[in-house]
Design a protein around this ligand. Structure first.
Ligand SMILES: [Zn+2]
Length: 255
């Protein structure tokens, strides 16, 4: 996120659900461009820290936990103070208007959630309803919230939201923008499988492609997924090795 100018300084936070009762998240008060594996914090579903280290969970962890409680199908949450997305909310220009076909087909509309004070319990309360229908949203005066089955899907959605905001901003400086007609919106949503309500049924963590090795992605890690996942669950903790692999895989994907 930092490398792509989606956040600045200590903004933003990321979390991954690694088991029924454990969450890994970025720490509070840390510059996200300079994170190290040992800074990742593990908590339970109530936000209580589960493993030593001097770093504490994000001050916005309540929002992440609210997502996991509202959406059993979600295994990763990405939050950014993405500049163009936030700017649209400051100017009270919604991004929910259907303008770009691929965005309509993948995300549907991108709603703006009314302002709530960051870090408070008001945030999870405000996002609960939109989460029933959307995997990506913008919180007024605050930032984006995107969720996914794994961290890459949640990050992809963040990129899509901010990229959309940039395109729409450019278009608006050139002239008037026109919404895609309703019948075409319906067709695009059908093509992309976008439904009015999201199927939020729980995914079996053991078989989910995201949750296996502490939500490491598929592919080359598949063979070791079972072993590592089992050790993490059995001990109730997660090794530095696993965290390092998560960070390394993320870096590789974004290089
Ligand atoms: Zn924030």
């Amino acid at each position: 996120m930092y490398a792509k100018d989606l956040i600045a300084s200590r903004d933003g936070n990321v979390s991954v659900r690694i088991s029924e009762t454990r969450i890994l998240s970025t720490p509070t008060g840390a510059h996200k461009g300079f994170l190290a594996p040992e800074m990742i914090v593990m908590t339970d579903m109530d936000g209580r820290k589960q493993k030593g280290g001097r770093w504490n969970p994000s001050s916005e962890l309540k929002m992440h936990l609210g997502v996991y409680k509202a959406r059993p199908d979600v295994c990763a949450v990405v939050h950014a103070h993405a500049p163009y997305s936030v700017a649209f909310t400051l100017a009270h220009v919604p991004l929910a208007t259907p303008l770009i076909p691929e965005v309509v087909a993948t995300l549907g509309e991108i709603p703006t959630v009314d302002y709530t004070t960051p870090t408070t319990g008001d945030v999870p309360a405000a996002i609960a309803e939109p989460l029933r229908r959307h995997n990506a949203m913008i919180m007024e005066r605050h930032g984006t919230l995107t969720v996914g089955c794994d961290i890459y899907e949640a990050f992809d959605r963040l990129e899509t939201v901010e990229h959309t905001a940039r395109i729409v901003y450019a278009a608006m400086t050139l002239g008037q923008v026109q919404a895609i007609p309703a019948d075409e919106v319906a067709r695009l949503k059908a093509m992309g499988g976008v439904r009015e309500f999201i199927d939020a049924r729980k995914i079996d963590c053991a078989s989910c492609r995201a949750a296996g090795t502490a939500n490491l992605p598929m592919g080359s890690y598949g063979a070791s997924r079972e072993r590592t996942s089992a050790s993490a669950t059995a001990t109730g903790s997660i090794s530095t090795d696993v965290v390092e692999r998560i960070v390394s895989e993320v870096r590789k994907r974004l290089a």
